[in-house]
Design a protein around this ligand. Structure first.
Ligand SMILES: [Ca+2]
Ligand SMILES: [Ca+2]
Length: 91
């Protein structure tokens, strides 16, 4: 299992965000749920980019994003975008 190298604070915030985004409470993010997270984080991605992000994050290819996959995906996000996302997430 790959270890996330996100700073502890960011990890805590994105973990809270993950749970808030998991509308149906199944412990995973669907493509639709990821879409609304991205919109809330103000990342401004097109549907094609969201689909790419989703498939990139979904490392075990089960068509859902686990918390671990989400946090791993976040650490590859552009630092400026992550900072902007953090600002929104902590508002
Ligand atoms: Ca879900
Ligand atoms: Ca997955």
């Amino acid at each position: 299992m790959a270890k996330s190298v996100l700073p502890v604070l960011e990890k805590a915030i994105f973990t809270a965000f993950f749970h808030a985004a998991d509308k149906n409470r199944d412990g995973y993010l669907s493509l639709t749920e990821l879409d609304s997270v991205v919109a809330q984080l103000g990342l401004n991605l097109s549907m094609a980019e969201i689909q790419t992000t989703f498939t990139d994050m979904d490392t075990n290819k089960d068509w859902k994003i686990s918390l671990e996959e989400f946090l791993n995906g976040m650490q590859y996000l552009d630092p400026n975008k992550r900072k902007a996302a953090m600002d929104i997430a902590t508002k």
